[in-house]
Ligand binder design. Structure first.
Ligand code: ZN
Length: 535
């Protein structure tokens, strides 16, 4: 009997030896895509965890740019790139850039003789030269303040808003009339950042955005939270006449206008017509107060994997988060374990595998950890505006990567604008999952992470992710965005299975593999719903 067992053992051992030998010889014949699949299967939960466990630790104090925790995050990601033997881009992997930070200490706003209460009715930031500020300008309602040939819509007409105090609606007219713009799907022309940029370009002195829960997509308390601390800007984004940007509660505006015999609903209905022209309101808005100013140095972290071509694909995941909530009792650290620790982990795992197989790469790979993403995508804006290497052909961004179980779908936020969507559809088919749109894409998610500055610079881009349908059947990703996102609850949890993250890494790599194999840079494939600076 014992002999018999020995023979069986020897048989199995020889089969094992044979099959090992076999897989070794055919190992060299595996396609790049097959190697990628094997590598991603081989990633351990521990190594994926290690990145966001550390970056989400309380010791990082929420990784706000220019703070001790923010600086540590830069140094940490740099060290990881070094461990992976990835080359630096820029001086020792760091691309320094300056932020200008403004904190409003006191603010007095008077409109048409009525006083507005700071924080309750109005919030804003003075970005002019003096810390003690005082100015006034004539109020003009500019509707949606939108000018785009895409839908033949121009609210400004020939009206000169130079030096004026403009009051603007957020969102785009499509929110109210289904068959114009993209209907309920927000275009960039509806983002509050666009309204400010356009008014600044046209020389307005100041701007107040009208806040309603419905048009902003969030309550006044969210505006209060995000505008009552420090507002940071790139030097380049403060050019022009504009010295004040802020928000005004709709209810208060109504009161001010009623006293002047102006009906806000009438202004609103005029603003929904193509023949709208800016409407002077026949009163001045006076603003005074005090603010503090400081300069903050911070860095993007950048690595490089050379391919055969000078042209590069950029993979990215922002390294910063929102810091701490001053004055809050108990846990006041916004750890950002998912936003964006898990995305940084995904980017690093992707880079690790690409580095191992760099001989397979036609296009070079730039690994970009932008800083100051939470301050309106400043790090990626700075990178795109200042990169002077070879052509950038695509950006694949990771943002708040799901950490739970497997999903039967994959998502590319913004993929629908370019030929990358077709590739993702093919990858989905090969992987036996469904290609889906993100259920919250009507909220402009494409415009809200680091893929967007690339798109505005004419570089096709997307945010890659596994789908929302977690195998548990629970709506975990949606719950993250509605309950946990940007709160102190975005914390590391060792229980996360990370299978969704594994899928995300796999899809990113397969997309890169396919762009490499085709050797054709991705192109735009449909009407773009945002302004593009043509290359
Ligand atoms: Zn984020």
């Amino acid at each position: 009997m014992k002999n018999y067992i020995n023979i069986i053992m020897i048989f199995f051992l020889s089969v094992m030896f044979f099959s090992c030998g076999k897989s070794n010889t055919t190992g060299q014949d595996l396609t790049f895509a097959e190697k990628i699949r094997n590598e991603v299967d081989g990633l351990s939960k521990i190594e994926m965890q290690s990145v966001f466990q550390f970056m989400g630790d309380d010791l990082f104090e929420g990784r706000s740019p220019g703070t001790r925790g923010g600086d540590l995050a830069e140094r940490y990601v740099r060290s990881v790139l070094k461990i992976l033997n990835i080359e630096p881009l820029g001086k020792d992997y760091l691309q320094p850039f300056k932020l200008k930070g403004f904190t409003t200490n006191s603010l007095n706003v008077k409109a048409g003789g009525q006083s507005l209460k700071f924080l309750d009715d109005v919030l804003g930031t003075f970005t002019g030269k003096e810390d003690d500020f005082n100015f006034s300008a004539e109020a003009v309602f500019i509707g949606f303040g939108t000018d785009t040939k895409l839908w033949d819509w121009n609210d400004y007409k020939d009206f000169d808003i130079n030096g004026k105090f403009v009051i603007v609606r957020v969102n785009d007219p499509g929110m109210f009339i289904d068959d114009i713009f993209e209907g309920k799907i927000l275009t960039y022309f509806g983002r509050w950042t666009y309204h400010i940029e356009e008014a600044r370009r046209r020389g307005a002195k100041a701007i107040l955005l009208i806040h309603t829960d419905a048009s902003a997509g969030y309550g006044w308390n969210v505006v209060q939270n995000s505008w009552s601390g420090e507002e940071v800007y790139l030097e380049s984004s403060l050019e022009g006449n504009m010295v004040f940007t802020g928000w005004l509660r709709e209810e208060k505006l109504k009161q001010i206008l009623i006293a002047k015999n102006i009906n806000l609903d009438e202004l609103y209905s005029k603003s929904l017509k193509r023949d709208f022209r800016p409407i002077p309101l026949d009163f001045e808005i006076e603003v005074s107060g005090n603010r503090s100013y400081r300069e903050i140095m911070n860095n993007n972290v950048i690595g490089f994997i050379p391919g055969k071509s000078e042209k590069s694909i950029v993979i990215s995941a922002h390294i910063d988060h929102l810091g701490m909530i001053p004055g809050k009792k108990g846990d006041n650290i916004l750890n950002g374990a998912i936003d964006n620790g898990t995305a940084v982990a995904s980017m690093i795992m992707t880079a690790k595998i690409l580095k191992k197989y760099n001989s397979e790469l036609y296009y070079s790979i730039i690994i970009l950890g932008p800083n100051a993403e939470e301050a309106n995508l400043l790090g990626s804006k700075y990178f795109v505006a200042n990169y002077d290497g070879g052509e950038l052909i695509a950006n694949i961004n990771f943002e708040s990567t799901p950490v739970w179980g497997k999903s039967e779908s994959l998502i590319g936020v913004g993929a629908r604008f370019s030929t990358m969507e077709n590739i993702l559809k093919q990858i989905a088919e090969e992987e036996g999952v469904e290609y889906k749109y993100f259920s919250m894409s009507n909220q402009g998610f494409f415009f809200r992470s680091d893929q967007f500055p690339f798109a505005m610079a004419d570089i096709p881009s997307l945010w890659i992710s596994t789908g929302e349908d977690d195998e548990s059947g629970m709506d975990l990703y949606k719950k993250f965005w509605t309950k946990t996102y940007h709160t102190v609850k975005d914390e590391y949890d060792p229980e996360w299975s990370l299978e969704g993250m594994r899928q995300t890494i796999r899809y990113a790599l397969l997309l890169i593999e396919r762009i490499n194999r085709d050797k054709t840079p991705p192109e735009w494939s449909r009407k773009l719903t945002f302004p593009v600076n043509k290359k």
